[in-house]
Write a protein that binds this ligand. Structure first.
Ligand code: CA
Length: 237
């Protein structure tokens, strides 16, 4: 019976060696694995098999992975984790802005891969089932607590005294804890679609936020920097 309840993972990858590695890592962890090596077949399989998570290579023989992200996002929120050799920050930001949930740069190990898949699956469940935020209006990780009703952030019992813009940034990251949120997404959230692409102002805000919420601003434990791409809020496993 439990066979039917296993999470289905679709691998979209044209490199046979990487496919083999992914398949063995996922199968030994009780995932049901589907594999395809072209974008066209991937889109068909996503529609017909409804996978729980998609591992997507960007460099496919028949189309660019970003086209697949765009197409898939027009009709489903199935988590997409990009697996790519493209390590440029702009490539990561582009895929995330297109709607990918996460990004792994090749080469990566199976422990990291499995952790990212678990996080992606958890996020689908929390968004579909009513998260803690939806229930209580509160996000908590460690001593950090975001109160979405009062628009306040606390560290233990202490109000962190964030400014309204600082609160907006932390609130957005908290809603997507565990996921990378790109600079562009944060800038748009703060200042609307015509926001500038200048990340400098964000860095200034983040430095101030960290002074207020991190025990050691130089070694953050709540908000991590994905260099050149964005920020990620820690989450309780
Ligand atoms: Ca490839």
């Amino acid at each position: 019976m439990s066979i039917e309840l296993r999470n289905k993972i679709l691998i979209v990858e044209d490199d046979a060696g990487i496919c083999k590695f992914l398949k063995s890592a996922l199968s030994t962890n009780a995932y049901h694995v589907l594999i395809t090596d072209t974008g066209k077949k991937a889109l068909e399989m996503i529609a017909s098999h409804c996978p729980d998570c998609i591992l997507l290579d960007l460099g496919l023989p028949d189309m660019d992975g970003n086209e697949i992200i765009r197409s898939v996002r027009s009709w489903t929120s199935t988590p997409i984790i990009v697996i790519s050799a493209r390590s440029m920050e702009e490539d990561k930001a582009l895929a995330l802005d297109m709607g990918a949930d996460d990004y792994l740069t090749k080469p990566f190990g199976s422990i990291e891969l499995l952790a990212r898949i678990r996080a992606a699956l958890r996020h689908t469940r929390t968004t579909s089932q009513n998260s803690e935020i939806g229930l209580n209006g509160v996000f908590q990780v460690g001593d950090l607590r975001i109160d979405y009703c009062k628009h306040r952030v606390y560290l233990g019992d202490q109000d962190a005294n964030l400014t309204p813009n600082e609160f907006k940034i932390v609130a957005l990251l908290g809603k997507h804890a565990g996921q990378v949120i790109t600079y562009r997404t944060i800038l748009k959230e703060l200042w609307g679609p015509s926001a500038s692409r200048d990340n400098k102002i964000l860095r200034v805000h983040m430095a101030s936020i960290r002074r207020k919420i991190e025990p050691n601003p130089n070694e953050p434990i709540y908000i991590f920097t994905e260099i050149g791409v964005g920020y990620r809020m820690a989450e309780d496993e």
